[in-house]
Design a protein around this ligand. Structure first.
Ligand code: CA
Length: 371
């Protein structure tokens, strides 16, 4: 079979960015709808499709394994990059080989088949509301307006292991396949989708029309559409495809190695705590130490110890006695080492020592003067 592809994506009329991505790499086609915060959603959908596209070009893995590798890539990035932690993406992919389309599906993007006037949804939404519909708890009509209709139960990149729906669809000439994100199906009914798909013959024009219609209906979400027309004939490789674009042409920011910086940060934090505790302990110790020494050539009471470490004084002046000259005290034999600091147990003792010094000088001067 020969495939003619049309593709369109748009951020819609409400969202600021486009977290959808698409892959048109004949004969592989996919849409992905990212989630997990603005940046996370963009990175998840794009990283998933780039991973699949890379592996597909190398051609050494079955599609299911490529999808699992994409899951691993998104999951691991999510684990090392805090800016995108918890991100994930839907994936609906079709690999066309001969007259078979191999479908891979996770999440709430969809694949439809229009054949002979009937539009059929091929994929099953992995959503909470779909589960409730299947359990008979709500009707499909209630699901469409349910407040939790956007909650998806399975996505690529949020778990280490991924359960992927797979199916093969036999293709007939004249079939039209549609892959789309929920920004399309949330805005248009299946009747509206079918009307456009049947009215517009060219694949690219049909894709454009679907996006325009979704925007006209509100455009509350990003809209991505891949239309694949099946015709008789041999598929031509890549070059003949109408679209050869891979994914949205925006670079994925490189993964920053947050884990390493986190470790460095932890070590620094521990060092700060240890040094801080040591300093706090030293401070507590210094606060209990007192001595009498010299400041500006007179006697002074200090708190701390008469020393310095790397230029930092381990003491400070508490009280100065400008009328007691250091030289007078040093002249007395018992306090000749005043300049080195005379340790005492507390401030009271320091005051007593200073009083003794004052008295001894007074006596010495009187006796000296009287001699
Ligand atoms: Ca969406």
């Amino acid at each position: 079979m020969r495939i003619e592809a049309g593709v369109a994506t748009d951020k819609g009329r409400v969202r600021e960015g486009n977290e959808d991505a698409y892959l048109v790499e004949p004969p592989l086609y996919a849409v992905a709808d990212g989630m997990g915060g603005h940046r996370g959603g963009e990175v998840a959908s794009q990283l998933a499709l780039e991973t699949i596209a890379d592996l597909f070009r190398k051609g050494d893995l079955p599609l299911a394994d490529q999808v699992r590798e994409a899951n691993r890539a998104v999951y691991e990035r999510s684990g090392v990059d805090r800016a995108v932690a918890g991100m994930g993406t839907t994936l609906t992919a079709a690999l066309v080989q001969g007259d078979l389309a191999h479908l891979m599906h996770v999440g709430d993007s969809r694949a439809y088949l229009l054949r002979a006037g009937t539009l059929r949804q091929l994929t099953e939404d992995h959503t909470l509301v779909n589960r409730m519909v299947k359990a008979g708890e709500i009707t499909p009509q209630e699901a469409e307006v349910h407040p939790h209709r956007n909650v998806i139960t399975r996505s690529l990149g949020t778990e280490a292991d991924l359960d992927v729906d797979e199916q093969d669809v036999g293709l007939l000439a004249g079939d039209r396949l549609l892959l789309c994100s929920d920004g399309l199906t949330g805005m248009l009914t299946e009747e509206q989708l079918q009307a456009i798909l049947e009215a517009v013959p060219a694949a690219q024009e049909a894709a454009d029309r679907l996006v325009r219609a979704a925007n006209a209906a509100g455009g509350v979400d990003n809209i991505t559409v891949v239309v694949l027309d099946v015709a008789e004939g041999e598929s031509e490789d890549g070059a003949a495809a109408t679209v050869t674009v891979a994914v949205r042409p925006e670079a994925i920011p490189p993964a920053r190695n947050r884990r390493r910086w986190w470790r460095v940060g932890l070590i620094v934090a521990i060092a700060i705590v240890v040094v801080g505790a040591a300093l706090a302990g030293l401070r507590t110790f210094l606060d209990t130490r007192w001595y009498v020494g010299v400041a500006d050539e007179h006697v002074a009471i200090y708190q701390g110890v008469p020393a310095d470490v790397f230029g930092f004084e381990l003491s400070h002046v508490v009280e100065e006695f400008p009328n007691i000259a250091a030289s007078d005290v040093e002249a007395l034999p018992e306090w000749s080492d005043l300049r080195d600091g005379i340790n005492v147990d507390n401030r009271d003792q320091a005051e007593q020592l200073v009083a003794q010094m004052r008295e001894r000088i007074r006596v010495a001067k009187r006796s000296g003067g009287g001699a």
